[in-house]
Design a protein around this ligand. Sequence first.
Ligand SMILES: NC(=O)c1ccc[n+]([C@@H]2O[C@H](COP(=O)([O-])OP(=O)(O)OC[C@H]3O[C@@H](n4cnc5c(N)ncnc54)[C@H](O)[C@@H]3O)[C@@H](O)[C@H]2O)c1
Length: 290
Amino acid sequence: MKDYLNYKDKVAVVTGASSGMGKATAEVLVNLGAKVYALDWNECDVKGIESYVHVDLSKKDSIDEAMKKLPSKIDTFFGIAGVSGAKNDFVSTVTIDLIANKYIVENYLTNMMEKGGSIAFMTSTAGNGWQLSDNKDIYKEVVEAKDWDKTLEALNKTGFQYLPGTLGYPFAKLAMNYYTVYIQKIFGPMGIRVNAVLPGSTDTGMKDEFEKMAGGEASLLSHCGYAQRLADSIEMALPIIFLNSDMATYASGVLMEVDYGNTSEEVAGLRDPGQTISLTAIQKMMASKK
Ligand SMILES: NC(=O)c1ccc[n+]([C@@H]2O[C@H](COP(=O)([O-])OP(=O)(O)OC[C@H]3O[C@@H](n4cnc5c(N)ncnc54)[C@H](O)[C@@H]3O)[C@@H](O)[C@H]2O)c1
C-alpha cells in the first residue's frame, strides 16, 4: 500500500505537544513513522517520540536553548502551542501565540528547512476578519517588525499592552492568520509550503477557560455549526497533519477553517457572526476614555 502521507523518518517538530491538539498531533505522527521532537513547557508523555525539549515560548532565550537541542535539519514544523489569555497578560499572550512562532520562523526555520519542507500553524477562528483593514491596520506593524525586541516595541506602540490577556488572544490569532500568508514570499521561493488550521471550539486543556470567557457552554456550542458539539483534539490534529503531508503538495497559504461550516456560513451571510472583532474600534474606544 502506498504511503501517501509520507511522514516515515521525517524530522517533525511539534510545539504544544504535551496537551490537546499538539499531543494528538504528536501521537499520530509517531504512528506514521516520523521522528517527533516535542516542544512544550510541560513534560510530554507521548510514547515513541525522539525527544521532549523543554521550552518557555514567552522567552527568547528559552527558545534559543530549545532550538539548539533539535537536529540541524527539520522536514516539517507544527506550531501548535498557545494560551487562551485567561491566565496571562496581553503581552505574554501575544508573545506565546504570535511572537514565538515569528521568532522561530525567521531565526531558525529559514536555515533549518529545505525544498519539500512544510510548516503549519494552529491559529483560530477567533482570528476571522484578519483580512479587514480594521484589524490589519493595527497588527500589521507588529507582524512585519524585524526582530524580537522590535516586535515587542511595535506591540507597545499599539497601546494595547494594558488590555486583558483575553484580548491578546484574538489579536495574536488575527495576526497569525495574516502571518501565514505574509511568509509565503519567504518560503514559496524555497519550495517550502506554509498553511494554517483555524479550529473552532475544541475540547482541550483550554476548554474551561474558553467556556468561561464565552459565558457558558451554550455560547461555545453556538459557534460549532451543525456539529452541535465541540471538536475533539484529534479532529484538529488530522487536518494539520494532512496540510503538512505529501497529500497536500500544492497547498500553500491555505487557512483551513475546521469548524463544521460555521465560518463559511457566516462569510456567505447565512449565519449571524454575532459580535465581530475590530481592533480599530477598540483603539478608538481606548482613545475616547483618555
Ligand atoms: N481549544 C480550542 O477551542 C481552540 C480553538 C482555536 C484555536 N486553538 C488553538 O489551538 C492551539 C492548541 O491549544 P489546545 O486547545 O490544544 O490547548 P492546550 O492547553 O490543551 O494545549 C496548549 C499547549 O501549549 C503549551 N504551552 C502554553 N504556553 C506555553 C509556553 N509559554 N511555552 C511552551 N509551551 C506552552 C501548553 O503546555 C500545552 O501543552 C493553541 O494555539 C490554541 O490557541 C484552540
